[in-house]
Design a protein around this ligand. Structure first.
Ligand SMILES: Cc1ncc(COP(=O)(O)O)c(C=O)c1O
Length: 391
């Protein structure tokens, strides 16, 4: 069978390979402990589930939803931006709900990228930015994220000819996989760069509310001029432990939101309405679950950091996100390290190379593993040597 080039060109999906290896280990009877995927183990808050139960009984919610969602949902999203970030948005023009932010992140390149156009994409990064670019026929120009630069891209290092050709710039803070935060000062420089080179900024704020030590992640939309040049992707997945329900949003520039809504209306029919009711309850109801889960993740963060340092990895406790980005001993390949760790201890971590060439030399650990499994995982790590056998 002849598959389309865009499918043939998909990079080998490293994460599928890890799932396959993990499943094979489990089939052999190994008790596998996974620090792999960033999917909260904590449940969706009870009042949000109640909203779903009520909404399920209402026949009005049994029909096709609108692509751009219920007006009440867009208003709840606008109210969240106002309350959380002090950003005023027109709920009818500057916000579109998404079927999880991944859906919008994947589709948005269809709005701004023509075949041959360049997208500036961080390396390492959440893989969907590059894949969405490729599906639209675009070219990825990687922006290295270096530890010594706080994992921020150096915009001045982008050759002028590339910057002038580029149509979009992807950024993501708090960052997956590095856990790095960004300052408003950095966002201001991004606006300036985008204006100078006529580039659309696509900011991914999936970890808006997963933060520690009192840190409050800012929105890109907080800086002056941001809504002239870009949009931001946001998600209820990690803020409200709602990964399974699939609700996100894009917010910002009205023309860009309109383009995304038009693309979406040709491809999907929006979020099921009963789930939109959950999202309204989550955004408008009590917010105390956010602090409660951050307390749990922060405690896990500190314990896992200590354990990783004890086996010779270099890692800083992140101020935000669900991830530890741990540097391996010099010369160790991430895929070898992760494979050896799984074979020796049954513990799964994600090789950094899965997030791009600049992820080599690192592994990512997610803090979404239940506490009793973390206890067991750390016990196994403590009796394991990080260095290769004989090394
Ligand atoms: C950086 C980043 N953006 C977006 C997403 C997608 O989240 P969702 O589709 O659940 O909103 C993820 C999920 O892990 C992520 O890590």
């Amino acid at each position: 069978m002849q598959l389309a080039r865009r499918v043939q060109q998909l990079p080998p999906y490293l994460f599928a390979e890890i799932s396959r290896k993990t499943a094979a280990k489990r089939a052999q009877g190994v008790d596998v402990i996974s620090f792999g995927i960033g999917d909260p183990d904590l449940p969706t808050p009870p009042h949000v589930l109640e909203a779903l139960k009520d909404a399920a009984d209402n026949p009005a919610n049994h029909r096709y939803p609108e692509t751009d969602g219920l007006p009440e949902l867009r208003q709840a999203m606008a109210a969240y931006y106002q309350r959380r970030h002090g950003v005023e948005l027109d709920a009818n023009k500057q916000i579109v709900p998404l079927i999880g932010s991944k859906e919008g992140i994947g589709h948005v390149s269809l709005c701004f990228i023509d075949p041959g156009d360049v997208a500036l994409v961080p390396d390492p990064a959440y893989p969907v930015y590059a894949v969405g670019t490729m599906f639209a026929g675009g070219e990825v120009y990687p922006l290295p994220l270096e530890e010594e630069r706080g994992f921020l891209p150096v915009l001045e290092a982008i050759p002028a000819a590339v910057a002038d050709r580029a149509r979009v710039l992807w950024i993501n803070y708090p960052n997956n996989p590095t856990g790095a935060p960004a300052t408003l000062d950095f966002f201001e420089r991004v606006v300036h760069f985008a204006r100078r080179h006529d580039i659309i900024v696509l900011h991914d704020l999936a970890y808006a509310d997963v933060a520690y030590d009192g840190y409050v992640p800012p929105s890109f939309l907080e800086v002056p001029g941001a809504t002239d040049v870009g949009i931001e992707f946001n998600s209820l997945s990690k803020t409200y432990n709602m990964t399974g329900w699939r609700v996100g949003m894009a917010a910002g520039n009205a023309t860009m939101i309109d383009a995304l809504t038009r693309v979406k209306s040709n491809l999907d029919s929006g979020i099921p309405q009963a789930i939109q009711q959950m999202a309204i309850a989550a955004l408008s109801g009590p917010q105390d679950a956010i602090t409660a889960h951050n307390v749990i993740y922060q405690r896990r963060r500190d314990r896992v950091v200590t354990a990783l340092r004890a086996i010779g990895l270099t890692v800083e406790p992140p101020k935000a996100s669900l991830y530890l980005w741990a540097r391996l001993p010099e010369g160790e390949r991430s895929i070898d390290f992760a494979g050896r760790l799984l074979d020796d201890t049954g513990v799964v971590v994600t090789p950094g190379i899965g997030y791009g060439a600049r992820g080599e030399g690192y592994v990512r650990l997610s803090l979404t593993t239940p506490d009793d499994r973390i206890d067991e995982g750390l016990r196994r790590l403590a009796s394991w040597r990080a260095a290769p056998a004989g090394g």
